[in-house]
Design a protein around this ligand. Structure first.
Ligand SMILES: C[S@@+](CC[C@H](N)C(=O)[O-])C[C@H]1O[C@@H](n2cnc3c(N)ncnc32)[C@H](O)[C@@H]1O
Length: 373
């Protein structure tokens, strides 16, 4: 066998791929869709970030609206527009998410780089490592031992499950997602003998949390509940936290992560009035102080505001991955308007939410709750 042949054909393949990608980028740029790292997009992102920094600097805290906000949400269903949310976002083709999320965990929430903007920017770790560090931080804050019965609400592609089963073979996990694409992906991983989540200690439930509670109430069954990035889809915090209380055994604990704003922005409670609804029908950005007010019978034992630069960097990795794989995505998976839709998503999240004021206006809230009785 001539070892030069596979080498040459791989080199040729790479060259073809690179020229395909360059051609696609050029075509998209001609249609006004600019790639990650291009001068045009960098300039646009910088200007937008500067504009929103000025807007946020002029805001004054108005926590008087907090209670009003919570009370009006307490009359709503737990979540709204979930079917549309699945159709228009989470049930987009798997190939799309595989091309921008980290390969190991497929985590679709903020990774952890550091305590403040400077520490984040100076942390050279990969996205995959930063996702793993995020789960380690959450495990430390909730006090995970490694032998618990765990409920994971809004499990995505099984990122937490992968992290857990890599380290703690004795945990038992029930994972919920209403997304058929995510549930199918997890089932495929469970059937793969090489994958950490092949365990028979994992059960995936393809339902919403509210459906699960109505159809198979989990009274006192769990030692720990985790939820990463799901509470942005919760309209009624009181109802969701009350159901979590009921799932936990007395003394059981819950860890919640969600995108939050430090100030109260009332318009963020109506997805149809903001850009949130374009990407996440029924979605919300809750103020950082809202969750503890809805704790009900749960005790808040810890809460942290995580600087938004963590999310900015996460999104920037996703955005770069998206463009580095553009020839696999366009036109086979996404037509040009869909490329624009997703490109705008990465840009807007970075420049409107997490970039301004060095990540001090929007970031993630981490909360630990404990069931008292
Ligand atoms: C941003 S993703 C986060 C996924 C995962 N936790 C992670 O960190 O990679 C939000 C998750 O919440 C799920 N979700 C949305 N609405 C839900 C609901 N009403 N009940 C349960 N899960 C929901 C979505 O299907 C998705 O799995």
């Amino acid at each position: 066998m001539n070892p030069k042949i596979p080498y040459e054909s791989a080199a040729l393949r790479n060259a073809t791929r690179a020229s395909d990608a360059a051609r696609i980028r050029e075509q998209l740029a001609d249609a006004g869709i600019h790639a990650w790292g291009s001068d045009e997009l960098l300039r646009y992102e910088r200007n937008l970030t500067r504009y929103f920094s000025r807007e946020y600097r002029n805001l004054t805290a108005n926590n008087a609206q907090l209670d009003e906000l919570r009370q009006s949400s307490a009359t709503l269903p737990m979540a709204q527009q979930t079917e549309r949310l699945m159709d228009e976002h989470y049930d987009e083709p798997l190939a799309l998410f595989e091309r921008f999320l980290d390969r190991r965990y497929m985590a679709y929430t903020m990774a952890w780089f550091g305590d403040d903007a400077g520490a984040c920017r100076n942390n050279p770790v990969s996205l995959e490592q930063a996702q793993s560090d995020k789960f380690a931080l959450a495990a430390e804050r909730i006090g995970l031992c490694g032998n618990e019965r765990i409920l994971n609400i809004g499990c995505g592609f099984g990122s937490l499950e992968t992290w857990l089963f890599e380290r703690y073979p004795d945990v038992q996990v029930v994972s919920i997602t209403p997304s058929k694409v995510q549930a199918a992906y997890i089932r495929e991983c469970m059937a793969d003998p090489e994958h950490p989540i092949r365990s028979d200690r994992l059960r995936v439930v393809e339902k919403t949390f509210e459906q699960m509670m109505a159809e198979e109430p989990a009274a006192g069954q769990f030692d720990l509940v985790f939820s990463f990035g799901m509470f942005e889809h919760v309209a009624n915090l009181d109802a969701a936290l009350s159901d979590i209380h009921d799932c936990l055994r007395p003394g059981g604990r819950c860890f919640i992560d969600l995108i939050v704003s430090k100030p109260v922005f009332l318009q963020h409670m109506d997805a149809d009035r903001t850009l949130i609804g374009r990407y996440f029908p029924g979605g919300r950005v809750w103020p950082y102080d809202a969750l503890p007010l809805a704790a009900g019978k749960l005790e808040v034992t810890g809460r942290w505001f995580l600087n938004g630069t963590n999310y900015w960097l996460t999104l920037d990795h996703w955005h770069r991955n998206f463009w580095e794989n553009i020839e696999a995505l366009h036109p086979a998976v996404l037509d040009a308007p869909a490329v624009k839709h997703w490109n705008d998503y990465f840009v807007l999240c970075k420049a409107v939410l997490f970039g301004p004021l060095d990540g001090d206006t929007y970031g993630d809230g981490y909360y630990v709750f404990r069931r008292r009785d």
